[in-house]
Design a protein around this ligand. Structure first.
Ligand code: PLP
Length: 273
């Protein structure tokens, strides 16, 4: 018998192509030595060329998945990805509150405020953006927007250090404990710089920029690696640094798959037998 690893819960949409969403979370959790669990919010139909459509899971089934695993196996840390609708966001928030997940409880919660795929397909209904602002973010131990999501959530267009700091302040005002503004979509430079802030402490996380078109699932993988580190008991700054190292290597190891965009890869952490 071996030691039971920490548990990590992904509350996210399924990607039939296996590179993003819940599948990215679960393989990252595995690579980071956590036991991955899932509450599926939506089933997307997608491949390397994009998202063809999705079906939402009934909100009460989303809540029930969270309470089933939390009540029996326990949750070391949780993350959200695609939440699709305001009704599902309500369901996730009530499930998390009942399980002590999020700022009002003892279990860290990472909110990755997924709005659209990299090909521009909506993964969140327009009217659900306000529920992300008003319900999800106030529960977040950490919120991890990319620059498009920052603009949608705060109206701030990040173009330099001052606008990035202003955007972080706006997200903290919404109630998140920590904010990680990802700079991966900021063009130019040999590095990708992310800003981590709780309003008092500001940390710049820098990683090498790798020239690859295959970055499908990159945001999910970063947030999942941070969630796994939180499940292992690390502080938010240490977990964010571990996540940054993980995603930098996962992008370096991304592989082509299908005719479109291939996924980032966590295989560097897995031995070949
Ligand atoms: N599909 C699902 C279910 C997702 O959750 C996400 C991102 O979170 C995506 C697709 C999009 O991934 P990408 O923008 O990396 O293509």
């Amino acid at each position: 018998m071996t030691t039971t690893p920490p548990t990590a819960l992904s509350i996210a949409g399924s990607d039939s192509g296996g590179g993003a969403g819940m599948q990215a979370d679960l393989r990252t959790f595995f690579a980071c030595r956590t036991h991955g669990m899932s509450a599926v919010t939506a089933v997307t139909v997608q491949n390397s060329l994009g998202v063809r459509g999705f079906t939402e899971v009934a909100p009460e089934t989303v809540t029930a998945q969270i309470s089933a695993v939390a009540g029996d196996m326990g949750v070391g840390a949780a993350k959200t990805g695609m939440l699709a609708s305001a009704e599902i966001i309500d369901a996730v928030c009530s499930g998390c509150d009942a399980a002590g997940i999020g700022r009002s409880g003892s279990v860290p919660l990472v909110i990755d405020p997924v709005a659209a795929s990299m090909h521009g397909h909506a993964l969140l209904r327009d009217e659900a953006l306000e529920a992300i602002r008003a319900e999800a973010i106030p529960r977040a131990t950490l919120v991890t927007p990319n620059l498009d999501e920052v603009r949608l959530l705060t109206g701030v267009e990040v173009t330099d250090g001052a606008t990035r700091r202003a955007a972080a302040q706006e997200l903290l005002k919404l109630g998140a404990q920590w904010v990680l503004i990802k700079g991966g979509h900021f063009d130019g430079g040999a590095t990708c710089v992310d800003l981590l802030s709780d309003g008092d402490t500001e940390i710049e996380l820098t990683g090498r920029r790798h020239a690859t078109p295959h970055t499908h699932g990159g945001g999910d993988t970063l947030a999942a690696a941070i969630t796994a580190a939180l499940a292992h008991g690390h502080t938010v700054p240490d977990a964010a640094e571990a996540g940054k190292r993980f995603i930098t290597q996962a992008v370096a190891d991304a592989y082509p798959l299908g005719a479109g965009t291939g996924p980032v890869s966590p295989f560097f952490r897995v031995d070949t037998a």
